[in-house]
Ligand binder design. Structure first.
Ligand code: SF4
Ligand code: SF4
Length: 69
């Protein structure tokens, strides 16, 4: 299932990412994928802004602002 398009407030800084895949493990909605050793936001529409990825990223590469929706 998907939520309203483009409403999720999630950003990721690829330069900080070390490709540990923690965000992929903790995300309950499979938002992230890995490409060339770096994570990227593949399914932004599925994000429920739970904040798990942001909390568990060792490099603080992900920012999630819960709210608006
Ligand atoms: S948890 Fe952070 S450092 Fe690890 S793959 Fe995801 S974005 Fe990259
Ligand atoms: S905030 Fe939650 S649902 Fe959204 S990408 Fe991060 S872990 Fe996945």
């Amino acid at each position: 299932m998907r939520y309203i398009k483009d409403i999720a407030n999630i950003t990721m800084d690829k330069d900080k990412c070390i490709g540990c895949k923690m965000c992929i493990k903790v995300c309950p909605h499979g938002v992230f994928s890995i490409s060339e050793g770096k994570a990227f936001i593949n399914y932004k529409d599925k994000c429920i802004e739970c904040g798990a990825c942001s909390k568990n990223c060792p490099k603080e590469a992900i920012k999630v602002s819960a709210g608006v929706g």
